[in-house]
Design a protein around this ligand. Structure first.
Ligand SMILES: Cc1cc2nc3c(=O)[nH]c(=O)nc-3n(C[C@H](O)[C@H](O)[C@H](O)COP(=O)(O)OP(=O)(O)OC[C@H]3O[C@@H](n4cnc5c(N)ncnc54)[C@H](O)[C@@H]3O)c2cc1C
Length: 384
């Protein structure tokens, strides 16, 4: 076992850290107030190649693999979780469907522009009547000559307001259900019948815009079927393996930022004639936060290395998502506590970080759904 990052991975971390210090962290509070994705930051990230960190080099990406992408997401999430969500979603569940299941022609057509940040990706599975029960989707696709006609509504689509390339999951054979009856389509925002609906107003990650997408007799060329016909659910699940692991890396970044802010605050804030950091109870809190962070970091990079080595990692990815979203929630809650009243004030970043982290227990499959995935696996195997 070798738990050392390569020189290239360390270099990526340094580069992203600088980018976050200069471009993201200073803007995070304003972005939260504005509730808008900051395209100034996205464009600067694109200039540095950071819109294609996870995408293969042959299609213009940096080809960093899963470990490198987790490093990238971890660092970005320290500065601004909303912006990190927009950029991370573009690459992890946005473009990754095409990397995972696209034909060589589809990869050549879409990935170079996505890696360059010229086209933004999104993933549209959830509907008003199909959240955790994704198999219950009602959007339909019916064949009409050389086209498929999509009808239905998707909701809470991250990057939806401005995405150019969206993977849309639709029912192609109701009788076959999720396995065999759902197909994935690559849908461009310029296709006739593609309508951007109402933008969402959210508790946190406000630098990540999401909205409803409506497909009103939307005409999709037949060559835009993604992956095998009827196997869209498999595409979704394989893509979410990657999404869930990198989402956990985002949780790690948020928790590290919260600990750093807490150490600073507890060292500078005097009560009872000495810094808070000298109080044994406060030290216990800080120690627990560090222990939690070490656990998260260990499982994320172990899982990412497994994925890079070509091993199966669905169960491990679900464990990372469950553990890291729940644990970072606790770490960040402790950070608010350690800041006292200041931690409750909008002027302090910890208040935003607290709101930002809450979504991690919900999107890309709730904690309860991760438990179902993990339980199914251990029951099948008779243990761990
Ligand atoms: C900000 C945001 C961004 C999002 N971005 C995207 C996106 O880009 N693309 C996309 O497709 N979707 C997206 N989603 C949707 C997200 O993945 C879903 O919200 C999530 O999967 C949960 O579905 P739901 O909200 O309908 O909750 P529900 O399914 O209604 O669940 C409500 C509660 O019941 C629990 N529950 C449900 N079923 C069970 C069960 N069998 N056993 C135990 N408990 C259960 C859930 O865990 C949850 O606690 C986004 C959501 C949000 C809020």
């Amino acid at each position: 076992m070798d738990f050392k990052f390569t020189e290239e991975q360390e270099a990526i971390r340094e580069m992203v850290r600088d980018f976050v210090d200069q471009e993201m962290r200073p803007r995070a509070q304003a972005i939260d107030e504005e509730e808008k994705t900051d395209f100034n930051i996205i464009n600067k990230a694109a200039e540095l190649g950071l819109m294609g960190v996870s995408l293969p080099e042959e299609y213009g990406g940096i080809g960093q693999g899963k470990v490198g992408f987790c490093i990238f997401v971890e660092e970005m999430s320290k500065g601004c979780a909303g912006t990190a969500t927009a950029i991370g979603c573009h690459q992890s569940i946005g473009a990754m469907t095409i990397v995972v299941d696209g034909t060589p022609e589809q990869k050549q057509k879409y990935l170079p522009d996505m890696a360059a940040g010229k086209k933004i990706g999104a993933f549209a599975l959830t509907e008003p009547n199909a959240g955790s029960d994704a198999a219950a989707i009602q959007t339909t696709a019916t064949k009409d000559g050389d086209y498929w006609i999509l009808n239905g509504r998707k909701q809470w689509v991250t990057n939806g307001p401005f995405a150019n390339v969206v993977t849309v999951f639709a029912v192609t054979d109701k009788g076959l259900g999720a396995h065999g009856g759902v197909t994935a389509f690559i849908v461009e925002n310029t296709f006739p019948g593609y309508v951007v609906g109402t933008k969402d107003h959210k508790m946190g990650i406000r630098g990540s815009e999401s909205c409803e997408l409506i497909f009103d007799n939307c005409k999709v060329p037949k060559e835009n079927i993604l992956g095998q016909f009827g196997a869209g659910f498999l595409t979704a699940m394989r893509t979410l393996d990657m999404g869930r692991m990198t989402l956990a890396a985002g949780c790690l970044g948020g928790a590290k930022e919260a600990l750093k802010l807490s150490v600073k605050h507890c060292s500078e804030r005097f009560q009872f004639g000495k810094p808070l950091a000298e109080q044994p109870v406060v030290q216990q809190y800080l120690a627990q936060m560090a222990a939690d962070i070490y656990s998260m970091e260990s499982m994320i990079y172990r899982t990412a290395a497994m994925a890079d080595n070509g091993q199966k990692y669905s169960r491990e990815s679900a464990i990372c998502k469950l553990f890291c979203s729940e644990t970072s929630g606790r770490v960040i809650d402790t950070a608010v506590q350690l800041h006292g009243g200041l931690g409750y004030m909008r002027e302090h970043p910890i208040e935003r970080i607290y709101r930002d982290c809450r979504i991690n227990r919900i999107f890309e499959g709730t904690s309860e759904i991760q438990k179902l995935v993990i339980a199914r696996d251990v029951l099948k195997k008779g243990g761990y």
